[in-house]
Design a protein around this ligand. Structure first.
Ligand code: NI
Length: 174
């Protein structure tokens, strides 16, 4: 698989409710995680969801780290999250810039909850909980939306909050 395999906005796959993971021990599931990790790294993403590589299942990876796409992102270990739900801990909604590998060339300001606790199963199917704040909480909420058939543009409150990626990089540099 290459970056060109990332499903782009307009595909029905990005608009479907993803199915739960049940086959944690299967080679297909292990291959899915390998492909997701590889494509996320190749594309300099900080997160990816299974529907973005054409598989409508409830698996996502969050991997906040500084990349060319998000130079100021904090460093955290890549975390595989399956069948997630989350609880809002701090309901303050903060607007910040997001982009998406499935929506190339665009950035937008998106409101997200500041602190959340995620309940999920890890890559082995074991139950886990994780509290996330600020940027990693944002990345999770973005990827979680992909499992519900939503993209970040659906959360934008004002069309004026949508800009070209080239303009976003100018602002970062300025
Ligand atoms: Ni995305």
């Amino acid at each position: 698989m290459t970056k060109d395999n990332i499903v782009q906005l307009g595909s029905e796959l990005l608009r479907q409710q993803a199915e739960p993971i049940t086959d944690f021990a299967s080679p297909q599931f292990k291959q899915l995680l390998t492909d997701m990790q590889q494509l996320m790294e190749e594309a300099n993403g900080v997160g990816i969801a299974a529907p973005q590589i054409g598989v409508s299942r409830q698996a996502l990876i969050i991997a906040s780290r500084p990349t060319s796409r998000y130079p100021h992102a904090p460093l955290m270990a890549a975390t595989v999250i399956c069948n997630p739900r989350f609880e809002v801990i701090d309901a303050t909604r903060i607007k910040d810039w997001e982009g998406c590998l499935s929506v190339p060339g665009i950035r937008a300001l998106v409101p997200r909850y500041r602190v959340i606790t995620v309940s999920y199963q890890d890559a082995n199917g074991s139950p886990c909980q994780l509290t996330l704040e600020d940027f990693p909480a944002r990345v999770f909420q973005h990827e979680f939306d992909h499992l519900q058939g939503l993209v970040y543009l659906d959360r934008v409150e004002n069309n004026a909050d949508i800009i070209a990626e080239s303009e976003y990089f100018k602002r970062l540099a300025g």
